[in-house]
Design a protein. Structure first.
Length: 312
C-alpha cells in the first residue's frame, strides 16, 4: 500500500524531473521567459535603432507612423513585450508621457533601459514664465543624434545576446557618416537664409536644438509648452501675435500630424500674411509619406524651413 509520505515524495521527484527536462530541452527558466530583442518607444528612435541593429536582432517599435509621442499609449500585449525585452530604448526627458508607467514597470522588472535623450547633452527651455525643464526633442540636431547612435550601439552590444558585434558597429559607423553629411547639407542650406530671417515660430517648442545648432532665434510657439497636451490661452496667442508682428516673421511652422487651427488663429490675430508651413517634427510617416526615415524627415524639414524663410 502506498502511503501519503511516499506519494508526496513521488510528486516532488516528478516535479523535479519535469523542471530539469524544461531547462535542458526548452531552455525555459524558473525565473520567467527569456528576454530577447529590442523594444523602442518612438518611431524616430525606432528607425535609428533598426538601422544600427540591421538583421542582427528583432526590433519592435511601439509608436505608429504619424502618432504623437506625447500622447500615444501601448496595448497590454505591447506592455508585456516591453517587460520581456533584452533592451528597452526610449527617448526619456518626459517625452513619452503615455508610456512612462510602462517604462518604469519594465525597469522595476530588471529590463535594461536606455533613455537616449538624457545622454544626448540635453538643453533646457522655458515653459510658461517660470518652469524650466529639459527639452526632449534632441533629434532636431543631427550632431546630437550621432551621440544617440553611440549610446544605442553600446547598449545593443552589451545586452542583446547573439548579435554580431562587428556588424552592429559597422552599421553604426556607416550611419554616423550619413548623419555628418546631413549636418553639412543643413548648414549649407540654412546659410542661404538672411540673418534677419532666421527666426522660428512653431506650433509648440520642438526646434530648440536645431535653432541652437544652426543659429536661429526661436520667437515663440503657438502652444507655449514642450508638449502638445498643453493648450494656449487667449493672452498667450495675443502675446505671440505681437512678437510675430514685431519680428516680421514670414512663416509659422506646424507639425504635419497636428491641426494648424491655432496657428491660423494666431496669424489672423497678428494681422499679417503669414504662411503656415507643415514640418515633420515628432513622428515619421508611413513608407508612402514624406518622412519614412529620420534622414528623409530632416532633409524635408530643412528644405521647408529654408523655403519658408527665404526672401520674397
Amino acid at each position: 500500500m502506498v502511503t501519503a509520505t511516499q506519494r508526496s515524495r513521488g510528486l516532488r521527484r516528478a516535479t523535479g524531473l519535469l523542471l530539469a527536462l524544461c531547462l535542458a530541452v526548452t531552455g525555459c527558466s524558473a525565473l520567467g521567459p527569456e528576454r530577447s530583442g529590442v523594444v523602442v518607444t518612438t518611431n524616430i528612435l525606432g528607425d535609428i535603432t533598426r538601422t544600427i541593429v540591421g538583421d542582427e536582432a528583432e526590433v519592435t517599435v511601439l509608436m505608429k507612423p504619424g502618432a504623437d509621442p506625447h500622447s500615444f499609449g501601448v496595448s497590454a500585449q505591447q506592455a508585456a513585450r516591453i517587460e520581456n525585452a533584452a533592451l528597452l530604448v526610449h527617448n526619456g526627458l518626459g517625452l513619452e508621457e503615455g508610456v512612462a508607467r510602462n517604462i518604469q514597470a519594465a525597469r522595476d522588472q530588471g529590463v535594461p533601459a536606455l533613455a537616449v535623450g538624457e545622454g544626448a547633452d540635453p538643453i533646457t527651455y522655458t515653459e510658461g514664465r517660470t518652469a524650466r525643464q529639459r527639452d526632449p526633442h534632441f533629434w532636431t540636431d543631427p550632431v546630437r543624434v550621432v551621440k544617440a547612435v553611440d549610446l544605442i550601439t553600446t547598449r545593443v552590444t552589451e545586452h542583446v545576446d547573439g548579435v554580431d558585434v562587428a556588424k552592429v558597429r559597422a552599421n553604426a559607423a556607416e550611419y554616423r557618416a550619413r548623419l555628418t553629411a546631413l549636418d553639412t547639407r543643413m548648414r549649407r542650406e540654412f546659410a542661404e537664409i538672411p540673418p534677419d530671417r532666421r527666426k522660428l515660430v512653431t506650433n509648440h517648442h520642438v526646434f530648440g536644438y536645431l535653432a541652437r545648432r544652426y543659429g536661429f532665434e526661436v520667437i515663440g510657439a503657438v502652444i507655449p509648452s514642450g508638449t502638445t497636451l498643453a493648450s494656449p490661452s487667449g493672452s498667450d496667442l495675443k502675446s505671440l501675435a505681437d512678437a510675430v508682428r514685431r519680428a516680421g516673421v514670414p512663416a509659422v511652422f506646424a507639425d504635419s500630424s497636428q491641426p494648424d487651427r491655432l496657428a491660423q488663429v494666431m496669424a489672423q490675430e497678428a494681422g499679417l500674411r503669414i504662411d503656415i508651413v507643415p514640418l515633420y517634427s515628432e513622428s515619421l510617416t508611413g513608407p508612402d509619406g514624406g518622412a519614412p526615415t529620420y534622414l528623409r524627415m530632416m532633409r524635408a524639414n530643412t528644405d521647408a524651413i529654408s523655403a519658408g524663410l527665404a526672401t520674397r
